[in-house]
Each structure stands twice: as C-alpha cells, then as structure tokens.
Write a protein that binds this ligand. Structure first.
Ligand code: CTP
Length: 404
C-alpha cells in the first residue's frame, strides 16, 4: 500500500485535504491527495511502478500525479520546508514540514492530514482545530492573510459553506469584508474568477452560493453589472428546475452550467455592455462571440415565440425557431417563458420533436430521378416538417409529398 511504500522509502506519508475532510464528514470523495515528507516525485515513480501506472511530474513544484491503469489519479506533493512567503504570518522555525504544508492551505477543515504509514495508519493530524470546527460547522481560515494571499478563497469559503451547510466564522467573515473593501478582487484575473464560478455552478445548490455572494457584495465586486435582482433570481430558479428536469431525460449533450447561469446573471444587460462582463471573466474570443450570439438568438426567439400559437400543425414552426439555438439557450427560453403552453411545447421539442427524422432519404430522391443538388435540402426539410406536423406520418405519405 501507499503507507508501506512510504515506510520502505523511509518517509512519512499523509493523506490530506478534501479527502480527509470528506471522510470525517461522511461524504464521498474520489480524489486522493498525498503529502510526502521526502521526495514526492521519487515516491510517485515507485508507486506507479508497483501499481502499473504512469506519472506526470512537476519538478519545479516537487509534485507528481500518478495515473493508474484504471484512470484513477493520485496527487502527490512534497511537504514544503522552504521559507514561508509571508514571514509575518508565522515563524518558520520549529515547524515540522507537514505542519507547514497544512498551514499554507485555505481553511481548517481542509488542513487535516491522516497518517498512513504502517503502525500509525489512520492517526489524524489536526494542528488547527479542524475537528472542532467540523463539530461547530464553521469555515475558518488559518491566518489573517489567507484572503490576501489568495482572494479566490473567498469564493471557496462560500462554496464550502453552502455545500456542507456550515457558517463562515465571525473573524473569517470580517477578513472577507476587509479583503473586499481593499478591492482585492480587482487584482484577481478573470480566468481564476471564472474557474471558481464554474466550480460553484456545478455544486448541488449554486443559487445559494450566488445569493451569499450577492449578500456579501461579491458579485458586484466582480463586476458592478452583476447583480442578483429579484427578477434574475426568479429566472435562475426556474432555470435550475428546467435543467434538473432536462438532466432526468439523460440526453446528450448536457447543458454547460456556467453558460446557463451566466445567461441568468446577465439578463437585462444591454448588448453593448455585455462585453464588459465577458472580458472581465476572460472568456476566449470564441466563447465571447458564442455567448453574445446566444443572447441575440434568445432575444429573437422570444419575439417569435410570442406569436407562435399552439397547434399540432405548427410544431414544425416551433422546431424551426428552436433548432439553431444551442441547448443552453433552449433551456433558458423554457425557463423564461411565462406562458405554460410555450414551456410545454419546448419540453416536447427537447423530449421528442428535435429527434424526429424524415423517413425519406437522399437515396430515395435519387431513385425518384431528382438530380442531386441544393434542392435536396429543401425537399427533405419540407418532408420532415410534414412529418413533425402530422401531415405525412408514414414513409408512403412522405414519398408522395416529394413527388408532388
Ligand atoms: N487550496 C488552498 N487554496 C486554494 C485552493 C486550494 O489552500 N485557493 C488547498 C485546500 O486545502 C484544498 C486543497 O488545496 O483542500 C485541494 O484543493 P481542491 O483541489 O480544490 O480540493 P478540495 O478541497 O477537495 O475541494 P473539492 O471538494 O471541491 O474538490
């Protein structure tokens, strides 16, 4: 095992971070993080040899990932002994390397280690009162410079708070407010903010996180246009419901959570201002273009849907409106529509209509003596529409349509 290998190499090995936290909280977690009081890369190499896997090493950071044959990954880091970057935070002397390693981390609940060497296997290493914090359900930083060191931890604090239904501790909350008043967020790159937002959007309850962000003024700190108004919240709540419904259909592809939520969060922002948000979040040029297009498509579709009347014979028209729009946009339209019949028919579209194909093929057209060319597309589209609208359900009916 990993512990025996450590003993054989003469090093103490610890399981650390979320892995230990989740064991103590009784929650599933598949990522194993190890810290070696020794040479992590050498250790990882031996582990990969023994278990039949490969490693990716970062020599500069003295870390490695072991990728096992079954695809499972184990992160291995070297407990750092080097001089601490923030001398004011804590004296470096007399600290064991594992303590230093844990001290660099974000919150007490993430700063736990579990010894795994034989003889000590399962011993909990808790320097900072994490067990107590878990009992009291609090998120607490290890030192007062934590958010200065890394402002993304503010978003992490909220994510863990809402995920575990904990509370951010009093002092930690003051440090967050202090960091916000120092405008530390403005120094944070859009890429890192977007990454943290993406992690929030895949949480079980992203809206609780967004609410908390609004409450603490974090959304506005990211960009003044990002506010969680009542109307946006309403639509976001619908959006989550609609997306949960959609996920139950087990259809591919799934919606990208960040796109969905960003649609809700930017609702009502003018087209010429949206670039401010996309550039703050450092979307790639392509993502930005797609996002702006998506919003345009939604706006256009909303207009068209207003005049769409529910009628079996007009379902092909609905399909024509929705087909060009990426899934996130269709889900958004469904969430956004106040009219029940529109929602019902969009759900029909996702469930069934969009998968209908005509029973006539290009080969059939050839057999009928029609010369291959752009006309094929038009004819096949017309046949498909007829099938969707129930005017030509059988293949014979559809072929008859072509002949006319
Ligand atoms: N960490 C940190 N500061 C950050 C990000 C991470 O101190 N800004 C530390 C935390 O101690 C965390 C560890 O690095 O435990 C690994 O982070 P991550 O991969 O995000 O894992 P988890 O804590 O397991 O989070 P999740 O459950 O969301 O995967």
């Amino acid at each position: 095992t990993a512990g025996e290998l450590g003993r054989d190499m003469g090093w103490e090995i610890y399981a650390v971070g979320g892995f230990v936290r989740d064991i103590l909280l009784g929650r599933p977690n598949s990522d194993l993080d190890l810290v070696v009081e020794g040479d992590a890369i050498a250790y990882a190499r031996r582990m990969a040899d023994l278990l039949g896997g490969r490693i990716k090493a970062h020599v500069k950071f003295k870390t490695a990932v072991v990728i096992l044959a079954d695809g499972q990954r184990v992160d291995v880091a070297t407990a750092r002994l080097e001089y601490y970057e923030y001398p004011a935070a804590m004296p470096t002397v007399e600290l064991s390397s594992i303590k230093m390693d844990l001290y660099r981390r974000d919150f007490t609940i993430n700063a736990l280690a579990l010894r795994i060497n034989p003889g000590r296997f399962g011993q909990l290493v808790d320097f900072f009162g994490a067990e107590q914090d878990m009992k009291n359900k609090v998120i607490r930083v290890l030192h007062s410079l934590s958010f200065v060191e890394d402002p993304t931890r503010i978003l992490r604090a909220i994510r863990f708070e809402r995920r575990f239904d904990f509370q951010i501790g009093g002092q930690t909350l003051r440090l967050i407010k202090n960091a916000l008043s120092l405008d530390l967020f403005s120094k944070l790159s859009g890429t890192r903010i977007l990454h943290e937002l993406q992690l929030i959007m895949v949480e079980e309850n992203p809206l609780a996180c967004l609410n908390r962000m609004q409450e603490l003024g974090i959304l506005e700190a990211i960009h003044p246009l990002l506010k969680l108004s009542g109307e946006r919240m309403q639509v976001l709540m619908e959006l989550v419901k609609v997306n949960n419904w959609y996920k139950l259909l087990y259809q591919k592809p799934e919606a990208e959570p960040w796109k969905l939520h960003l649609l809700g969060l930017t609702m009502g922002i003018k087209r010429d201002q949206i670039g401010q948000i996309t550039s703050r979040l450092r979307l790639t040029a392509r993502e930005e273009r797609d996002f702006i297009l998506l919003r345009d498509q939604i706006g256009e579709a909303l207009m068209k849907l207003m005049s769409w009347r529910e009628d079996r014979s007009r379902l092909s028209r609905l399909c024509a409106i929705l087909r060009p729009i990426p899934l996130e946009g269709v889900l958004f339209l469904m969430a956004r529509s106040k009219k029940e019949h529109i929602r019902r028919n969009i759900s029909q579209y996702l469930n069934r209509l969009r998968d209908i194909t005509s029973d006539v093929t290009g080969d059939d057209l050839k057999t009928l003596g029609i010369r291959p060319g752009p006309a094929y597309t038009t004819i096949l589209a017309r046949v498909l529409d007829a099938k969707i609208d129930g005017r030509a359900t059988s293949r014979e009916d559809q072929l008859r349509l072509v002949e006319r």
